[in-house]
Write a new protein. Structure first.
Length: 375
């Protein structure tokens, strides 16, 4: 750019003083022309590269969802319903896993739940029986206590024999033992109910897990998009603890993501970039064309500013080249453009300061766009 501006300035001097002879060439004019012109060019270039940030690190992104079957037990793929790079809608079946083992597990646990429910009913009935036995034993104990006390008074007044008192005391002890046994039986029956209910809840949770595995055996699209790099084949084993993804699902961009590209700008003038500023983007897929847009958001963080939780102290902080910061740019014709994820390009953001200095940047980005036809 400097050579171009210098050549243009020399051409202008030649036209004025030699070709058109608009001015008479003299030493003072030569001094002025040889000093002011280069200084003006340097000032223009400085303002251009500082006040109007330019970057050749522009990329377009798209969300990719790893498809991971979530069955607790691994299963074998039986059928694949999707074709690579063919659009599907949310909820469409991608592939199916053999359902028989999961259906058997659901049937087995359904029976277990029914048995557990019956066990709870039996245990609750035993509690009713134990309550009745306790009530009867309590009544007998009350009667035996009153009889013992009555005979104690009669023996004291010599109205009854000691033998009859001994029989009353023995009856009291038997009734007390029966009451204690009935109370223990009620506690055991209550514990049996709690244990049966716990087993029922355990069986119900296991049934829910089995039903979840059965539902997950049919894998569906998480959104609108398409599957790419489809290597999954029938007969492969998928799912289970720690199972890896088996396919990549490229999700369609939402309305807010249509026509959005990300540029990485240097730190020196990153803070000059504000949302809403005018921007121009050149994409390698559109040679000879400059796409207009505006700054959507600035992202004031990068990976260099993050520390991971670990048992080690950080070292070598700040090494490597200075990090750049990301800026999201919304293109004006984003909805009408086909922007493959990963496409590369160049972007410039024009601030409100020294606006005339943006002209060289506009020339640079257009020149790069036209050069993409041959480079």
């Amino acid at each position: 750019m400097m050579w171009l501006l210098g050549g243009t300035y020399c051409l202008l001097l030649w036209l004025i003083f030699s070709k058109l002879k608009l001015l008479r060439f003299s030493l003072p004019i030569a001094i002025v022309a040889g000093s002011i012109g280069p200084l003006g060019i340097l000032a223009l270039l400085f303002c251009a590269q500082y006040y109007h940030p330019l970057t050749n690190q522009v990329l377009a992104f798209q969300k990719v969802v790893p498809i991971v079957p979530r069955m607790n037990a691994p299963g074998r793929v039986t059928e694949i319903h999707v074709e690579p790079n063919i659009p599907v809608t949310q909820g469409d079946v991608l592939f199916e896993v053999d359902r028989v083992p999961y259906e058997n597990a659901v049937a087995r646990l359904t029976t277990a739940v029914s048995e557990a429910e019956q066990s709870v009913k039996v245990a609750e009935a035993n509690v009713d029986v134990a309550n009745a036995s306790l009530a009867r034993a309590s009544s007998d104990a009350d009667f035996a206590t009153s009889e013992r006390d009555r005979y104690q008074k009669l023996v004291a007044s010599e109205a009854a024999t000691q033998q009859r008192l001994d029989q009353a005391v023995a009856s009291y002890e038997q009734a007390a033992a029966a009451l204690n046994q009935a109370s223990t039986g009620l506690k055991q029956a209550t514990s049996s109910v709690e244990l049966s209910q716990a087993r029922l809840r355990q069986s119900q949770v296991a049934l829910q897990d089995a039903q979840y595995d059965l539902d997950q055996s049919t894998v569906r699209a998480p959104g609108d998009g398409y599957v790419t790099n489809l290597q999954l084949q029938p007969g492969m084993l998928v799912g289970g603890p720690g199972a890896p993804p088996v396919m990549s699902f490229v999700q369609d961009r939402s309305e807010s993501e249509e026509g959005v590209v990300v540029g990485l700008f240097e730190q020196k003038n990153y803070l000059l970039i504000k949302p809403g500023q005018y921007a121009e983007v050149m994409l390698d897929t559109y040679p000879g064309e400059v796409l207009t847009g505006e700054v959507q958001t600035t992202i004031d963080i990068s990976g260099a500013g993050q520390l991971d939780a670990s048992g080690h102290l950080p070292s070598d902080l700040g090494t490597g080249p200075p990090t750049r910061f990301a800026v999201r740019i919304q293109l004006d014709r984003g909805a009408d453009l086909r922007i493959p994820a990963g496409v590369h390009g160049t972007a410039a953001v024009y601030t409100d300061q020294v606006q005339i200095a943006g002209i060289p940047i506009m020339f640079v980005i257009r020149a790069q766009s036209w050069l993409k036809y041959v480079l």
